[in-house]
Design a protein around this ligand. Structure first.
Ligand code: ARG
Length: 392
């Protein structure tokens, strides 16, 4: 029998896929990646049981949260990667990691194929398949949802009932949700109506900003060489630091985004996001860079950030350009040590104070006070020469 490793979520689609692949004469090994999507809440044992009931021969469940935040989230944070100005790329960053493990497990299991549950309309199929293709071009890739016969959720439920796959059919979800520790992506349902504000029930981890405390919460984040290390002077490992900020930020309604984005496959889609920790960390990191990077480096890095966000979004994580940009970004982070104080208030996150041992700010130059050391007479000549090319 041919063997396939499936990226399994425990949900309806991928449970049907297990059975469906069995019908196509595949032995199915399931792989569940824990990226902090709240699997702890759902019993991991129940997910494993469901996979086995659907016909899997083996189930791997791996907690990849530390690897995810250290090797994927952190480089993107240092790079300042935000897609189209709003999306912190939580879903997009997770895909290459999951694909890497699919390939690893396929090798270990001597499987000739991998499979995923993405539709043919989204970005995630591209991210999985491009990554797998880079890591092992010989693996066959199966995407049943693009070709199978099911036309509705109801048909899938019927299929599961027919094969006694324990699916919780009461959980009719009005949205399509992808979640990990770096953020939540929410689409479909009423969100497809662009002229309508997203209903409150679409948000999972951020409280309604308008109902939040009428006093602000101040929070200080400290970085060492671009890596967030402390909150309020207390050291955290990256994963707990992010969890903590998701909690505090979410409580103040920080981290919501509502956007119409350009998908890789040419479709525009309306999606909402929740990413409190990402919002806070990007704001703080950027603020610190403003203080320690010189003008030319800072401006150049903004262009790199834009490109980096595209590479992540487009599924081009394991590519030469991405590695080269990582090297550039890393070289800019040597000076990014210091602290930023932010004010969280009714959904807003605003840096209000900053300090660094590598600060390039010179008060004796910028001051309008008596201690001014800036020789204003020099400005006249500077301006004349600066404007020289444009003199007629
Ligand atoms: N649009 C986001 C991306 O391409 C999220 C995709 C997954 N979202 C979802 N609701 N299933 O990265």
């Amino acid at each position: 029998m041919k063997k396939v490793v499936l990226a399994y979520s425990g949900g309806l689609d991928t449970s049907c896929i297990v059975r469906w692949l069995r019908e196509q004469d595949y032995e199915v090994v399931c792989f569940v990646a824990d990226l902090g999507q709240g699997l702890g809440g759902e019993d991991l044992g129940a997910i494993e049981k469901r996979a086995l009931a659907a016909g899997a021969s083996k189930v791997y469940i791996k907690d990849l949260q530390d690897e995810f935040v250290e090797d994927f989230v952190l480089p993107a944070l240092k790079a300042g990667a935000v897609y189209e100005g709003k999306y912190f790329l939580a879903t997009a960053l997770g895909r290459p990691l999951i694909a890497k493990y699919l390939v690893d497990i396929a090798h270990r299991e001597k499987a000739g194929a991998i499979a995923h549950g993405c539709t043919g309309k989204g970005n995630d199929q591209v991210r999985f398949e491009v990554t797998a293709g880079i890591l092992d071009p010989k693996l066959e890739i199966i995407a049943p949802v693009r070709t199978w016969e099911f036309k509705s959720r109801e048909e899938e439920i019927e299929y599961c009932l027919m094969y006694n796959i324990p699916i919780d059919v009461t959980k009719r979800k009005p949205y399509s949700i992808d979640r990990n520790i770096w953020g939540i992506s929410i689409e479909a349902g009423v969100l497809e109506n662009l002229e309508q504000e997203p209903p409150e029930d679409a948000y999972l981890i951020t409280k309604n900003p308008t109902h939040q405390a009428s006093y602000p919460k101040y929070i200080e984040v400290s970085f060492e060489k671009g890596v967030p290390k402390k909150i309020e002077g207390r050291a955290y490992k990256l994963k707990s630091l992010i969890n903590h900020l998701n909690e505090v930020g979410g409580h103040h309604g920080v981290g919501r985004a509502d956007m119409v984005e350009n998908r890789l496959v040419g479709i525009k889609s309306r999606e909402i996001y929740e990413a409190p920790a990402a919002t806070i960390l990007h704001a703080a990191h950027r603020e610190l860079e403003c203080l320690v990077l010189d003008r030319e480096l800072a401006h150049f890095k903004e262009g790199v950030a834009l490109k980096y966000s595209e590479l992540v979004y487009y599924g081009l994580w394991y590519t030469p350009l991405k590695s080269a940009l990582d090297a550039f970004v890393e070289s800019t982070q040597k000076r990014v040590t210091g602290s930023v104080k932010l004010k969280l208030f009714k959904g807003n996150c605003v840096p209000v104070a900053r300090k660094s041992v590598h600060s390039l700010y010179k008060k004796e130059l910028s001051t309008y006070g008596r201690e001014d050391k800036f020789d204003q007479k020099l400005a006249e000549g500077f301006i004349r020469i600066w404007g020289l090319p444009y003199k007629r």
